[in-house]
Design a protein around this ligand. Structure first.
Ligand code: ADP
Length: 193
């Protein structure tokens, strides 16, 4: 049973690491960004709303995001744990998550915060833009996403550090190097063996 949160700025490679960790630990990776993109591609009501914010590099409102996560965390496949990728992204979401888990008598085990300098993030974004063609991977929108991250998400790191849940991992290097660091941290916390 492992309950994990994966944090880090846009472009740091959270999604890639989330897939690797989720496979190795046998727990579902829940990416709020991916849920929004799937809904946008399907043209659902949620997707139409989410797109108004995502295309500007802004966060989708908590009134939309929190109930969506609450619903996802009550499905049966998360009974053995989960990895949240891209949630919580602000302090209100962190408090909402705490309440969702408390209602199930559950707590987080660890929060992994992957970090990298600005130029590395931009490099990843440019590379991903060529492959995936996400509309929010333009230089202007990416700058706004970084701004939102610094203003709203960094306080979440402090919130978890104060609870001794935070592990900061260097995100510079190959995918294998970074996942090696993540697993070293998980082993030290006896979250993974
Ligand atoms: P990245 O971490 O590279 O920004 P994501 O796929 O996690 O990529 O997120 C893409 C976009 O989806 C964000 O810029 C934001 O607009 C929206 N989003 C994702 N997660 C959340 C969240 N927890 N709260 C609000 N908006 C979110």
């Amino acid at each position: 049973m492992t309950r994990l949160v994966l944090m880090g700025p846009p472009g740091v490679g959270k999604g890639t690491q989330a897939r690797i960790i989720s496979e190795k630990l046998g727990i579902p990776a829940i990416s709020t960004g991916q849920i929004f993109r799937t809904n946008m591609a399907q043209g659902t009501e949620l997707g139409v709303v989410a797109n108004q914010y995502i295309s500007q590099g802004r966060f989708v409102p908590d009134s939309v995001t929190n109930p969506m996560v609450a619903a996802r965390l009550s499905s049966p496949d998360v009974a053995e744990g989960f990895l949240l990728d891209g949630y919580p992204r602000n302090l209100d979401q962190a408090h909402a998550l705490r309440d969702m888990l408390a209602s199930q008598d559950a707590k987080l085990d660890v929060v992994i915060d992957i970090n990298a300098p600005h130029d590395v993030l931009v490099e990843h974004m440019v590379h991903r833009a060529q492959i995936e063609g996400r509309t929010d991977d333009s230089p202007e929108v990416f700058a706004e996403r970084l701004h939102e991250y610094h203003r709203k998400t960094e306080p979440v790191s402090t919130y978890y550090a104060d609870q001794d849940l935070l592990e900061v991992v260097d995100g510079v290097g190959t995918i294998e190097e970074v996942s090696g660091r993540v697993f070293a941290v998980l082993q030290a916390r006896t979250v993974a063996v």
